[in-house]
Write a protein that binds this ligand. Structure first.
Ligand code: NAD
Ligand code: ZN
Length: 342
């Protein structure tokens, strides 16, 4: 089968033939229809310090996808061939304390599809049946291909009660943009999103009625205080940039007792003034992945209920043009890019 492979340590990806995976006893083989490019895939392509530390080539990459059930291991029940599915990319051990308690997203032995084991940028991927998410009828398959990062946005945004709250999102990347739609749907009052990239802020405006602020050009506190009439700052912060300047700016613009969910991954150590967190009595919550499978239920219900994230999908390409997709994604001038395998 054709697959997008990191062939050896170093920059670049190739499309090449690899064996079709065989299902283990409890696995499902999914025939891939569409995949989406994640920032993680861009890091693996470029071969930055994180990729060099983490990836063991040769590896089939990719973890955002939609496809159909092709074949099941002998121990698997409840699926039919041709059924539309996607999958949770974090594969957990099943026997640690958190897994046994049903808190699978907190498993310390998590293995990532397309990161620590072969992924979904291929004609077929194999995952445990317990990681398969059945897609109900009526969903747009481009959107389902983006369920993994949408799940990041949903998990982060629904960490706190949103109704009537003033929300600051730092970072208008694809996930920050999707968080706008989630926050609006969940009942937020004012939503302000920041970035330093105007094309990303333009994209953000298509996701909902928000105030987009380029913090390299505008003063954030002037916006909420003078323009939006907020008196004390943001109730909820969703950190989605992985930039320490953005995190510090968020801390400075929160209300006393405000709640912050942290999704952005920092390239190195990030410094904050901890006394501001102490004296403002802020709550901080780290986010990794999606809750298994509460996030998936909520995300599916939100999309079926009319939450529209399609504006974040800016490019659709055939898989043969994957290199162009990676170049676009790396340029910061795109939203989500969906690659078709049909
Ligand atoms: P992205 O890199 O496309 O977006 C980040 C955005 O932050 C960019 O548009 C960038 O211009 C902006 N930014 C840079 N400096 C800024 C500043 N000072 N203020 C405001 N914005 C600034 O990333 P993405 O794919 O949307 O993902 C968002 C973040 O979440 C990334 O850090 C990613 O690594 C991380 N992530 C975490 C998880 C997890 O499970 N914790 C999962 C997926 C992604
Ligand atoms: Zn576990």
């Amino acid at each position: 089968m054709r697959a997008i492979v990191k062939p050896a340590a170093g920059p670049g990806l190739v499309m090449r033939d690899v064996p079709v995976p065989r299902p283990g006893l409890n696995d499902v083989i999914i025939k891939i229809r569409k995949t989406a490019i994640c920032g993680t895939d861009v890091h693996i392509n470029k071969w930055d310090a994180w990729a060099a530390r983490t990836i063991k080539p040769p590896l089939v990459i990719g973890h955002e996808y939609v496809g159909t059930v092709e074949e099941c291991g002998d121990g698997v029940t409840g699926f039919t061939k041709g059924q539309l599915v996607t999958g949770e990319g974090h594969i957990v051990c099943g026997h640690c304390r958190n897994c046994l308690a049903g808190r699978r997203h907190l498993c310390p032995n998590t293995v990532g599809v397309g990161v620590n084991r072969d992924g979904a940028f291929a004609e077929y991927v194999s995952i445990p049946a317990t990681n398969v998410w059945k897609v109900p009828a009526g969903l747009n398959t481009d959107v389902v291909a983006c369920f993994d990062p949408l799940g990041n946005a949903v998990h982060t945004t629904l960490s706190f009660d949103m109704v009537g709250e003033d929300v600051l999102i730092t970072g208008a990347g694809p996930i920050g943009c999707m968080a706008i739609a989630v926050a609006q749907h969940a009942g937020a009052r004012h939503i302000v999103i920041t970035d330093v990239n105007d094309s990303r802020l333009e994209l953000a405006k298509k996701l909902g009625p928000i105030r987009a602020v380029n913090v390299a050009k505008e003063n954030l506190s002037d916006v909420w205080h003078n323009e939006l009439g907020m008196t004390e700052g943001f109730d909820i912060g969703l950190e989605m940039s992985g930039n320490s300047g953005a995190l510090n700016q968020m801390i400075d613009n929160m209300v006393m007792g405000g709640r912050i969910a942290l999704l952005g991954v920092h390239p190195g150590e990030a410094t904050v003034d901890w006394n501001k967190i102490v004296f403002k009595m802020l709550h901080l919550k780290g986010i990794y992945g999606r809750e298994m499978f509460e996030t998936w239920y909520k995300m599916t219900a939100l999309v079926l209920g009319g939450m529209d994230i399609t504006p974040v999908i800016t490019h659709r390409l055939p898989i043969a043009e994957f290199q162009q997709g990676f170049d676009l994604m790396g340029s910061g001038r795109s939203g989500k890019i969906v690659l078709s395998w049909d």
